[in-house]
Structures are given as C-alpha cells and as structure tokens.
Ligand binder design. Structure first.
Ligand code: SF4
Ligand code: SF4
Length: 322
C-alpha cells in the first residue's frame, strides 16, 4: 500500500564504511553471516560485491519473464573472512597490512582503484543495500513462498519458518542482495531495519552515515526529502533500472571533475564517462546531472535552491520521515 525508500547522494559519500560497520554490528556479526555485508560500499568502476554481480543475467527480461540467473561462488566471490595478524601489526613486525592468507579476493579488494589514466583517473563510492524492489525477483523466484513484501511499507523479508534453502532467490536477484547462511542452510538479507522503522527510527546505516548522504521516507510523502528528490526534482534514480525489479533505493548520481588535455589544460569533458554512468543509472542520468549543475549554479550566484538545501541536509533529523 505504501513504499518506504532511501535516497543516497553519491556526491557526499566518503567511503568511510561507517554504514557497513553499523549494519555488520547490528545484524551480521554472528554464525553463518560472517561473509555477508547486507550494506556494502563498493568502488565504481570496479567489480563490486560479490565479484562481478552485475554480469549475472538475472532480474526481469522486459517482457515479464523472470531471468533465473546464477549463484556466485559462496563465499569465494564475496570474500572469505580472515583473522588479521594483530600481534605483529601492534608490535611493528608485520611486513604487510594484509594478513598472511591465501585469499585473492574480498569485499573491497579493489577499493579506490577506479579507472582512467593519471591525471584523468576517477572513481566514486556506491553504497548498496537490498533495494526492497516493487517487483522483487527474489520473491517471484522462491518456490516456497518464503519471501514477502510488507503492505504497510514495502519492506521485502525472508520468512525463515518457510525458507528451505532453495537459493532460487539468490539466482534471481540481479543485485545479489540475498545471502546464504552456511550454518543454518537458509537465505537472509537486509531487513531495512524494520524493528527500528516500527519505532519511528531510520535504518542504522542511514542514522550512522557520517556524510549525511541517506534520506529515508515514503515515496508518497510530498513533504519528505525522498519525494522531493525522486518525484519532484527527479535527481534521484535507481541503479541498473534495466534489471526490471523497480528498486526503491535511489541515487543522486556523481558529478564529475573536468578532464585535462595533453597540455594540462582543463577541458569541458567530464572525467567520468557518460556512457558508464548511463550503464549504471540509465539514460535519465543525463537530466539528473543537468538539474544538479543548474541548481548548483544558482547557489554559487547566491540565489536560493530548495534542491541544494535538501541535499546539503542542514538538519540530520529532517532527512528521515518515517
Ligand atoms: S534487491 Fe534483490 S533481494 Fe532485494 S528486493 Fe530486489 S530482487 Fe529482492
Ligand atoms: S557512512 Fe555514509 S559516507 Fe560513510 S561510506 Fe557509508 S554511505 Fe558513505
């Protein structure tokens, strides 16, 4: 009946992983969940978490057919949790900050790598949670009807009383935001902190966000930031809309510094290729960036901009209307 949504402003994300830690300590620091990050912050361009998740053919095909997809190798492509050599790190004898380990991949293995040649190299951070989609592929794929979407707020949940560990949801989710708990043999995922929502509190990742990038509210609440950013100003757009699941996490796309030419002069060309942004956020990204630039221009001239004031988020509490 109603849909809660989150808007994340990628121009303000610091990549500090406070959100990741907030989620980890609240929900996934226990048996079988060690490798899971219901909230992760990946570097783009990059492989993401799990590795190459966007390359699995999953979601909806545009004609109403579910694409079943594949399961990424668990836990290898997510990263096998390891113990650090704390003692050596503390006494100064450690040769590397990386632990002695056979591991060749983990979440954020390619953090801050990005793409492009110096001085035109670029990257940005992409925080991700379950999108609590309007057309959840995970729900459609479950043969045991264990996944449901709550009427009151659209939060998508796995019912562990019904889940038999078929893993079809993991195959079908194109964002790979359902995880298999190796200890209990069932799937688990981001719950949008529904016990907090029911007390009028925002999800822990949003409340703890150091960069104040996360706005939370109902899509039909015309006074809320979420409505204004998604529906009124249309600067917040979903990740990979072509996957067809109608995500309810929206992103304000990253503005780009200009490229330098061979003489070291600043050009008009943006450093992040528009084709790359279109692949991630669809063609609407061009209009969203144009609106952002235009409203930024107003602020620079000392004029008023409701959009910029909303994104700046002078008062943290105003970012949440639950
Ligand atoms: S992001 Fe994936 S797990 Fe979350 S609701 Fe959408 S399809 Fe389901
Ligand atoms: S806490 Fe906020 S600023 Fe820090 S990584 Fe997470 S989303 Fe980005």
């Amino acid at each position: 009946m109603r849909q809660l949504a989150m808007v994340m402003d990628l121009n303000k994300c610091l990549g500090c992983q406070t959100c990741t830690a907030a989620c980890k300590t609240q929900w996934t620091n226990r048996a079988g969940r060690e490798y899971m990050y219901w909230n992760n912050v990946e570097t783009q361009p990059g492989s993401g978490y799990p590795k190459g998740y966007m390359n699995y053919e999953a979601g909806w095909d545009g004609k109403g057919n579910l694409k079943k997809g594949e399961i990424p190798p668990i836990p290898e492509d997510y990263g096998i949790p390891w113990e650090y050599n704390y003692k050596e790190l503390m006494d100064g004898s450690a040769k590397t900050l990386r632990p002695d380990s056979e591991n060749t991949w983990s979440a954020n293995w390619d953090e801050d790598v990005g793409d492009g040649e110096y001085p035109n190299s670029y990257f940005f951070y992409l925080p991700r949670i379950c999108n609590h989609c309007t057309k959840p592929a995970c729900l459609a794929a479950c043969p045991n009807k264990a996944i449901r979407k709550r009427e009151e707020d659209g939060i998508v949940l796995v019912d562990l009383k019904l889940c038999k560990g078929a893993m079809e949801c993991i195959k079908a989710c194109p964002y790979k935001k359902v995880y298999f708990n190796l200890d209990i043999g069932q799937t688990e995922k981001c719950i949008f902190c529904f016990p907090r929502i029911e007390k009028g509190l925002p999800p822990a990742c949003a409340k703890q966000c150091v960069g104040r990038i996360r706005h939370v509210g109902y899509l039909d609440d015309e006074e809320g930031h979420v409505y204004k950013l998604v529906k009124k100003w249309k600067v917040a757009i979903p990740l990979r809309p072509d996957f067809g699941t109608l995500p309810n996490v929206y992103y304000v796309p990253p503005l780009s510094p200009p490229k330098f030419n061979e003489k070291g002069e600043v050009t008009d060309e943006p450093r992040i290729p528009m084709e790359f942004l279109k692949r991630l956020f669809g063609k609407e990204v061009e209009n969203a960036l144009a609106t952002l630039k235009s409203e930024m221009g107003k602020k620079e001239k000392g004029e008023k901009s409701e959009l910029m004031d909303t994104l700046i988020a002078y008062k943290h509490g105003e970012m949440f209307r639950i």
